[in-house]
Design a protein around this ligand. Structure first.
Ligand SMILES: Nc1ncnc2c1ncn2[C@@H]1O[C@H](COP(=O)(O)OP(=O)(O)OP(=O)(O)O)[C@@H](O)[C@H]1O
Ligand SMILES: [Mg+2]
Length: 370
């Protein structure tokens, strides 16, 4: 049994259409659980329902084995960081941070100690006497974070808490939040629309689209075995390369532009007569050598990232990107050999978008790792 259990949860704001549908989910105690999805997919709504700030239209919500559908927020023993980090404008940073502890009449010495530690961690020590209007957006966001952190409630809900920070601070805060969550053994539900944040922070991730769960799993599982085309293209950067494909005789034909020799044994017979979409990660299309089967493609864009090079080329109407380690002196217009092989491909059903078969390399890697 999970620490938080959502059973067939749905939400409608207008009684006509649902913004969340059939959400079945268990979040374990001490888990860092990330909700990720595009804007408007229902992430904040779901989090606010767990917090008790939004009425639940259908289904059952349990926290710590107790049905809490109608329990007021203050009795749920949780802290929350809101997407718009509501601070009290007339209170100082220090008073804002300690507001909850003050209300709960926590010992003054304990308050002081937690304030000092948290302010230091969040880089707010110098700002404790300021009012929110005297802070930048990123600083306000850190005050809201600090307020949740000092409460040390066993369940912490965060809604895009790092969205206003610059890239360097965000990377630091990701690590701090993750360390703190592990140290205090908090159960964390963390909302973001940033798939990198989801991948780097979550023990498990749930991908939401249009109010429907697309997939729940560990980051690597989502990356290697995306349940459908939505997850395939949402998780990972650069995004997974896709192409319409069909099998003809002993060949795989992609976008009517690329023909790849194909051992029928490579894929189950059941998919051989279906309309397919194949997916290939950028790192699985290496620069080809003579011993490999290669395709010659014309480069239309090159991005030098320093430690790796992204090269793009057209396959039919699709623009594909390959990622090669190191620095390659390649120019737009060059024709280069690329190793494109069936064993690195994910196969999806073109009609439903569902995964039929993950790339073979994942299975090999699993064997090595275990
Ligand atoms: N109070 C409300 N009344 C009516 N519709 C609402 C209300 N709040 C949210 N919605 C709608 O519910 C859907 C989900 O909104 P929600 O805020 O949960 O999305 P989100 O995934 O958090 O998006 P974002 O990444 O932009 O914060 C949206 O279509 C939104 O317009
Ligand atoms: Mg939101």
């Amino acid at each position: 049994m999970g620490y938080i259990e959502l059973m067939d949860i749905s939400k409608s704001y207008n009684k006509q259409s649902n913004v969340l549908n059939g959400i079945d989910l268990q979040i374990e105690e001490g888990e860092f659980f990330v909700l990720v999805g595009p804007s408007g997919s229902g992430k904040s709504t779901l989090l606010r329902m767990i917090a008790g700030l939004e009425e639940i239209s259908g289904g059952t919500l349990k926290i710590n084995e107790k049905v809490v559908n109608h329990l007021p927020p203050k009795d749920r023993n949780l802290s929350m960081v809101f997407q718009n980090y509501a601070l009290y404008p007339h209170l100082t940073v220090e008073q804002n941070i300690l507001f909850g502890l003050h209300a709960k009449k926590v010992d003054k010495q304990v308050q002081k100690k937690r304030l000092e530690e948290t302010a230091k961690m969040m880089g707010l020590s110098e700002l404790l006497n300021r009012k929110p209007r005297e802070l930048s957006g990123g600083q306000r966001q850190r005050v809201a974070l600090a307020r949740a952190v000092v409460s040390e409630a066993p369940l912490c809900l965060m809604d895009e808490p790092l969205s206003n920070l610059d890239a360097k601070l965000r990377a630091n805060m990701r690590i701090e939040i993750r360390r703190l969550q592990k140290k205090l053994g908090l159960t964390m539900v963390y909302v973001t629309h940033d798939q990198v944040e989801a991948m780097t922070m979550g023990d498990r991730i749930m991908v939401l689209n249009d109010g429907i769960i697309q997939q729940v799993g560990e980051p690597i599982e989502l990356y290697n075995k995306p349940a459908n085309l939505f997850v395939a293209t949402f998780i990972g950067s650069p995004k997974m390369n896709l192409g319409k494909a069909k099998i003809k005789n002993d060949q795989l034909i992609i976008e009517d532009a690329l023909t790849i020799p194909f051992e029928k044994m490579d894929v189950p017979e059941s998919i051989q007569n279906r309309k397919l979409v194949i997916g290939l990660r950028a790192e699985h299309m290496p620069h080809g050598n003579e011993t490999q089967q290669v395709q010659h493609v014309e480069i239309v864009n090159v991005e030098h990232l320093g430690n790796e090079t992204l090269v793009s080329f057209e396959i039919g109407t699709e623009l594909w990107t390959a990622k090669w380690l190191g620095q390659w002196l390649i120019q737009v217009g060059d024709r280069v050999p690329v190793h494109i092989s069936v064993e690195n491909m994910c196969f999806f059903d073109a009609e439903t978008g569902d995964l039929i078969k993950a790339a073979a390399f994942t299975r090999k890697q699993e064997v090595v790792l275990r």
